[in-house]
Design a protein around this ligand. Structure first.
Ligand SMILES: [Zn+2]
Length: 436
C-alpha cells in the first residue's frame, strides 16, 4: 500500500458527494483537478492509475490553519488552566529555553501528522529553528508558510540579530526549492517588536514579496499599553509601521474596535480567528467577525499552538468559532455553518495566497474525503451543518495535497515512528528543563 503515497499519479475518485450531489473527481499526473462532475468516471476509468470508491464520503477542499506554532505540539498538556502571563513566564518560556533543533523537527512532524489526520493540508507557522520545521514539512507532504518569530524586545543589537535570522530563513527556504513551502516574515507582536523592527519587517516583506504573520490585539492589556506608549490603538500603530497589507495575516484580533476593523478591511488584511486559544486563556472578548467581514477584511481560522488549544483539529475549531461568535455577540445568526467552513478552507487559502480552496477543474488537488457512514454524518440533511456542528477531524478518511495522497482510509505511512520520536523528544525536553 505504501507505493500509493506521496507521489503524483492519475487518481479517479468515483461517486463522492460535492455540494449535495454525487460527483466524480479526476486528478491528473501534475496534481491538478482535471475533471469534476457527474459521470466523468467513464471517461477516466481506463487511464487512472488509482480508482478510489468515493461512495460513503463527502469531498471538500483541504483545510488551512492560518495561525499556529506547530512545534509546540511537544508542549501539549504540559501546563493548563493558568493566567496567561504566569503560564508563559513560569511554564512555557522556561521549557522553550531548552528546545533543540531536533525538538522543533519532531514537534513539527507530530503537528503535520495531526493536521493530515484531521484534514488540514496547509498551515501558517511562526516559531524558532524553522529550518528544522521546513525539513519536517518537506517530508510530511503538506503546504506551509514558515516564519521566524522576530522578537527584538526594543534592543537595537537584538534587532540586528533578528533581521539576520529572518533573512537566513528566507534564503534557506528558497534554496529548498519546494513549491509547497513558502517563507514569511514573522514580527511576533507590537509589544515584543520595536517600531523600527516592525518597519524593517514591512519593508523586507515588500522587497521579497512574502507574507507577514503577526499577533494583533489578543489581550486588552496590549491595547491599553499601546495607547499609553504610542498614543494610538494597535491596528493604527501597525499601519503606521507598514505592517497592514493584503499579504498580512493578523492572529487573534480580539480587541479591535470599529475603526480598526475598517482599517483592516481597507488594507485587505486576513484576520485569523483563534477561538479555542482565546477561550482557554480567557481573553474576555471574541474577534468581531461580523464587523471585519462587513469591512472587507478576510476572516480566516487558526488553532494557535498546541499548548493553548490543545489540538490542531480545524473541524473542531470551526465549530468553536461558530459557537463563540453566537454566544459572545448574543446573536445566533452570526457565522452560519457554511461561512465557518469557508473560514477554515477557502478564506485560509486566500490568506496564504494559495491557488487552492475550491473543488474546480484547473485547481490544485488539495482535498479531503470525510466519511459519510458515521453517526455524526447521519442523517445528512445539510453537509455544511454536519461538517461544522457534528463532525470533528476523526471523520476524515483520506487527505490529498497537490495531487499526492498523504492519508488513505485513515493510514499515514510512518505514523508509529513519528509518535515514538515526538514522545521521546517531549520526555527528554522536560527532563532537561527540570534538571537545570
Ligand atoms: Zn500565536
Amino acid at each position: 500500500m505504501d507505493e500509493l503515497f506521496n507521489k503524483n499519479q492519475k487518481i479517479l475518485i468515483a461517486g463522492t458527494l460535492v455540494g449535495g450531489k454525487t460527483t466524480d473527481i479526476f486528478i491528473d499526473e501534475t496534481g491538478i483537478i482535471a475533471g469534476i462532475g457527474e459521470g466523468i468516471r467513464n471517461q477516466h476509468r481506463e487511464d487512472a492509475d488509482l480508482v478510489m470508491d468515493g461512495s460513503g464520503t463527502i469531498a471538500l477542499p483541504g483545510l488551512v490553519n492560518t495561525h499556529t506554532h506547530a512545534a509546540m505540539s511537544l508542549l501539549r498538556g504540559y501546563a493548563d488552566d493558568m493566567i496567561l502571563q504566569d503560564w508563559l513566564s513560569q511554564k512555557i518560556w522556561p521549557l522553550e529555553a531548552h528546545l533543540t533543533p531536533a525538538d522543533v523537527y519532531w514537534g513539527t512532524k507530530l503537528a503535520c501528522l495531526e493536521m493530515i489526520k484531521t484534514g488540514t493540508v496547509a498551515f501558517n507557522d511562526m516559531y524558532f529553528m524553522m529550518e528544522e520545521a521546513a525539513r519536517a514539512v518537506d517530508e510530511a507532504g503538506i503546504r506551509a508558510t514558515l516564519s521566524y518569530g522576530f522578537i527584538d524586545l526594543f534592543s537595537p543589537e537584538k534587532r540586528e540579530a533578528e533581521c539576520k535570522a529572518t533573512e537566513s530563513l528566507v534564503r534557506h527556504i528558497r534554496s529548498m526549492n519546494n513549491p509547497r513551502i513558502r517563507p514569511a516574515v514573522g514580527p511576533h507582536a507590537l509589544y515584543t517588536v520595536s517600531p523600527e523592527g516592525l518597519k524593517w519587517c514591512a519593508e523586507f516583506s515588500t522587497q521579497e514579496k512574502i507574507a507577514i504573520h503577526i499577533h494583533l490585539s489578543e489581550t486588552e492589556k496590549e491595547v491599553t499599553d499601546c495607547i499609553a506608549q504610542h498614543g494610538k490603538r494597535p491596528a493604527a500603530h501597525l499601519d503606521e509601521c507598514g505592517i497592514l497589507t493584503p499579504r498580512t495575516v493578523a492572529a487573534h484580533c480580539c480587541w479591535l474596535d470599529e475603526a480598526e476593523c475598517t482599517l483592516l478591511g481597507k488594507r485587505g488584511v486576513s484576520a485569523s480567528h483563534n477561538p479555542s486559544s482565546n477561550m482557554k486563556l480567557s481573553t474576555n472578548r471574541a474577534m468581531p467577525y461580523h464587523r471585519l467581514a462587513a469591512a472587507g477584511a478576510n476572516p480566516c481560522l487558526g488553532t494557535d499552538g498546541c499548548a493553548s488549544n490543545n489540538n490542531l483539529d480545524m473541524f473542531e475549531e470551526a465549530k468553536t468559532a461558530a459557537l463563540l461568535q453566537k454566544f459572545f455577540w448574543n446573536n445566533p445568526t452570526i457565522l452560519p455553518a457554511h461561512e465557518a467552513l469557508a473560514m477554515a478552507g477557502a478564506n485560509g487559502s486566500k490568506a496564504l495566497g494559495l491557488p487552492t480552496g475550491s473543488l474546480t477543474a484547473g485547481s490544485p488537488a488539495d482535498l479531503v474525503l470525510v466519511r459519510r457512514d458515521t453517526p455524526c454524518n447521519t442523517p445528512l440533511h445539510n453537509a455544511a451543518s454536519n461538517l461544522v456542528y457534528s463532525c470533528n477531524g476523526s471523520a476524515v478518511e483520506t487527505t490529498i495535497c497537490n495531487g499526492c495522497i498523504l492519508m488513505l482510509e485513515g493510514q499515514v505511512p510512518g505514523e508509529e515512528e513519528i509518535l515514538a520520536g515526538a514522545s521521546a523528544a517531549a520526555r527528554e525536553l522536560v527532563k532537561r528543563a527540570q534538571s537545570k
